[in-house]
Design a protein around this ligand. Structure first.
Ligand code: CP
Ligand code: NVA
Length: 305
């Protein structure tokens, strides 16, 4: 059996997602067994990161494996070495590659050339580790997500696209409120709808949050879009998550944000720090879900040999 990559939530079956959630639940209660002793995982970051980088590095160490963090600066990537060459070198030394980059085609290229599991730690298109972990966080609170409604407010970005994939795999309803011209990826949307997923894309945040048990948002300008920040601030001005919007969601609704947050832009200080916010729990759960993903992918590789 060939090794498996995790570039998208759709790379896992619903049963595999359930198994990963179960394993994360174990890791949450006790430090994981050193099941990956002697293995090495390289973390390649072509964009900034705090949570993803530290949670992967800590998780890999807790599993008994050795993390190697490689930034672009200081490596030969910055000096123009082709990614397909880097991919074969890293796969020769290491048992898995975790990569954060810009265009999604870059991580696909890495996965094509690296003969080990490649894990998507964020691309411009998707952020699967974050959203899988967010679904785990929501499921722990509300039970099975099937039949529940989740809202996304703001940019149709990498997070929004991954929420659509998650809705398709876990069977919940998703409503996204995005300004015109900032809707999610149309192929991802079409694929989810074709599978029968209920995904609504609207322009009114109040329509999206109605009956939703979670209200999600993210920055208005993602990494790489800094030059558009001013124009985006204007386009997104009526998409801020504030107390009034949270009051229009289901009574038990929680506020979610992958962080980092821009207080006073996409979310008010009151909501972010308020009693409905679960952002710190969300961030912490990244550690357990990523441990479960790495263990799952590396044990698959082991079964293959
Ligand atoms: N949420 C998230 O991925 O955070 P970092 O950019 O800090 O890794
Ligand atoms: N959409 C954001 C997520 C950061 C974790 C970005 O891509 O910058």
């Amino acid at each position: 059996m060939k090794h498996r990559d995790f570039l998208s939530i759709r790379d896992l079956s619903p049963a595999e997602i359930r198994a990963i959630f179960k394993r994360a639940e174990v890791f949450m209660k006790a430090c994981p067994p050193r099941s990956l002793e002697g293995r090495t995982v390289v973390l390649l970051f072509e964009k900034a990161s705090t949570r993803t980088r530290v949670s992967f590095e800590v998780g890999i160490a807790r599993l008994g494996a050795h993390p190697v963090v490689l930034g672009v600066e200081g490596s030969q990537i910055a000096r123009g070495e082709p990614l397909k060459d880097t991919a074969r070198i890293l796969a020769g030394y290491c048992d898995a590659v975790v990569m954060r980059t810009f265009g999604h085609e870059r991580i696909e290229e890495m996965a094509h050339w690296a003969d080990v599991p490649v894990i998507n730690a964020l691309t411009d298109l998707l952020h699967p580790c974050q959203v899988l972990s967010d679904c785990f966080t929501l499921q722990r609170r509300f039970g099975e997500l099937k039949g529940r409604k989740v809202a996304w407010i703001g940019d149709g970005n990498n997070m929004a696209n991954s929420w659509i994939n998650a809705a398709a795999m876990l069977g919940f309803e998703l409503a996204l409120a995005c300004p015109e011209g900032f809707e999610p990826d149309s192929d991802i949307l079409d694929a989810a709808r074709k599978d029968g997923t209920v995904v609504q894309v609207v322009h009114d945040p109040y329509v999206a949050v109605r009956k939703s048990v979670a209200v999600n948002t993210d920055v208005w300008a993602s990494m790489g879009q800094e030059a558009e920040a001013e124009q985006r601030r204007k386009a997104f001005a009526s998409y801020r998550v504030d107390e009034a919007l949270m009051d229009a969601a289901a009574p038990e609704a929680v506020f979610m944000h992958c962080l980092p947050a821009h207080r006073g832009e996409e979310v008010t200080e009151g909501v972010l720090e308020g009693k409905r916010s679960i952002v710190w729990e969300q961030a912490l759960n990244r550690l357990y879900i990523q441990e479960a993903i790495i263990e799952f992918l590396l044990q698959q590789g082991k079964e293959a040999t």
